[in-house]
Write a protein that binds this ligand. Structure first.
Ligand SMILES: [Zn+2]
Length: 65
């Protein structure tokens, strides 16, 4: 399995955001600040992880809800 690269989003406050899984294309809603990793509901890939601040994502950030 290829190593996943996580990119921390710029600070956007407390919001729901959409992240597109780069493995299967599923668009999933999560929170801008999470306390545990977020996995894709379809393929199980890790798409976001906590940083202590704004979430870091491996998928494509597609906007706020
Ligand atoms: Zn997926």
């Amino acid at each position: 399995m290829a190593e996943q690269k996580f990119v921390k989003l710029k600070s956007i406050g407390n919001k729901f955001i959409k992240i597109k899984c780069k493995d299967c294309g599923n668009e999933q809603i999560t929170y801008s600040k999470v306390s545990s990793t977020v996995v894709c509901n379809i393929c199980g890939a890790t798409i976001a992880k906590p940083t202590g601040g704004t979430v870091a994502v491996s998928g494509e950030y597609t906007g706020e809800l």
